[in-house]
Design a protein around this ligand. Structure first.
Ligand SMILES: Nc1ncnc2c1ncn2[C@@H]1O[C@H](COP(=O)(O)OP(=O)(O)OP(=O)(O)O)[C@@H](O)[C@H]1O
Length: 258
């Protein structure tokens, strides 16, 4: 297996769409040697914007994003290819670059071929790769566009994991799943991330998911991280007004963090 040395970092990152950037001066390091990082905050605060800028999908307006020290967006051909397999992301809608007209089998086989070509050990069959996210073999012949939102979300996770990434960025990865699948998927993700030493960044409103996966959680507000801690610390002793808001509503939905 490829040595896990990749790192993805933001330095004074400024990003967003309107006249006021949603992300305004963020520093962040995601790598297999740092623990998983969670990003929480109000709806529309810029979580997706941050992830899209970290993957290079959205251009930074200031500061920079580095992959192994080189600026993302200005990577040479070789580094670009390595970036493509070492850093994977799963977007909120679960498509993540998958072609809806393709069958599940074709899409996953394409991912596995890409990983093999990049020298990443993938003994897995397409069947084995989707089973990781609790999708049965009967899904292999289905087109991606025919899948339900939750099936597509699990396929997108399976596709990203099948290339054995060093770094995984997840944007609301469980929104389309029912509660029992949410639990199963978050448990499975935690196992895979730990076993394979994957650097993980997760943005989500699902604090159960964040709590299971991420020992360190940043609260995003007004363009920067206003508070950092474990989910327990943030909910039990919130300091910032936004964190207090979250703490007020969350214990009423689950007693996990009391
Ligand atoms: N393509 C776009 N064009 C213009 N503005 C956008 C675009 N995408 C997002 N925005 C705006 O940028 C801001 C940040 O959006 P973003 O999607 O990053 O928030 P978020 O924290 O991920 O929200 P949510 O929790 O609701 O998913 C919002 O005000 C949003 O309306």
């Amino acid at each position: 297996m490829t040595a896990k040395t990749s790192s993805l970092s933001a330095h004074g990152l400024v990003a967003g769409y309107g006249s006021t950037p949603s992300i305004n001066g963020i520093d962040l390091l995601v790598s297999p040697s740092t623990g998983a990082i969670g990003i929480i905050g109000r709806s529309g605060v810029g979580k997706t914007t941050l992830i899209k800028t970290m993957t290079g999908e959205l251009k930074a307006r200031g500061g920079r994003v580095n992959f192994d020290g080189a600026t993302v967006g200005r990577l040479g051909m070789r580094d670009k290819k390595r970036f493509g397999v070492a850093v994977r992301s799963v977007a909120q809608n679960g498509f993540s670059g998958l072609d809806g007209r393709q069958t599940v089998e074709k899409a996953i086989e394409g991912e596995l071929a890409k990983a093999r070509k990049a020298g990443r050990a993938t003994g897995a069959s397409a069947e084995g790769a989707i089973a990781v996210m609790f999708l049965e073999p009967r899904f292999l012949k289905r087109t991606i566009s025919s899948l339900s939102g939750g099936e597509r979300q699990r396929l997108a996770l399976a596709a990203a994991l099948s290339t054995r990434p060093d770094i995984l960025l997840l944007d609301e990865p469980t929104t389309a799943l029912d509660q029992s699948l949410k639990d199963a998927v978050s448990r499975r993700l935690a196992e895979i991330v730990e076993e394979n030493n994957i650097g993980l960044l997760v943005a989500s409103h699902d604090l159960d998911l964040i709590n299971r996966l991420c020992p360190t959680v940043h609260v995003l507000d007004g363009g920067t991280f206003v508070e950092t801690g474990s989910v327990q610390e943030l909910l039990n002793t919130p300091k910032h007004a936004v964190t207090r808001e979250l703490a007020l509503v969350f214990p009423e939905t689950t007693g996990t963090f009391a």
